[in-house]
Design a protein around this ligand. Sequence first.
Ligand code: ZN
Length: 234
Amino acid sequence: MSADEPTTVFAAALALVAWGEHGLVPVVAQDVTSGDVLMLAYADRLALARTLASGEAHYYSRSRAEPWHKGATSGHRQRVREVRFDCDADALLYRVEAAGPACHTGERSCFFRVVPGRDDDDAVGIGATMGLLQRVLDERLQALPEGSYVTRLHARGLGFVGQKVIEEAGETVVAALQESEEAFLGEAADLLFHLSVLVALRGQRLDDVARVLHERHRERVAPAGRSSGDDPAP
Ligand SMILES: [Zn+2]
């Protein structure tokens, strides 16, 4: 098989993209779990075709002027779950599961530096927060570090964590009816945390829960099938 054969197989997909004058388009890589932006790079036709064919992120390195299979040497591959293109088709979005840091510095995201002036510590979103929680649960449940609350919950087992979920659900409802905003938010956070541990102890992931919610949303939004690929996330 010749190296550029996937460009023939995926000719129809490649024709959708408005390639720039050097045959390149910018690609944003996004963590599909957290929604975090991981990096910005470029792709040529071969890179996109190889990405579509292999399900792993391929780019074109402008500095080295050569194809770049992300993680081929570092092991920090990106499994591409979906490729989107923007409204005028001149930029791509790879929605990925990252096996390691996107950045050569070892940071998860290349965008780890903040330009002073608009840095807002409170600018956290549900996606980033639940994604971080999932990563912490993965780490804790694998290493089971002594003194960790997650380690204790793991030792007590699924039934105990289930009881905690019921208890926290009750407290959340009581707080919703009778308590302050702050107390209610605290109980709701406890409920989400313990529910997340329950999901993890069953060997499943918040992504799996999100997929169910997403599919329900899609069914309601587009009951008769879909005609375009540019719909917003739910
Ligand atoms: Zn970087």
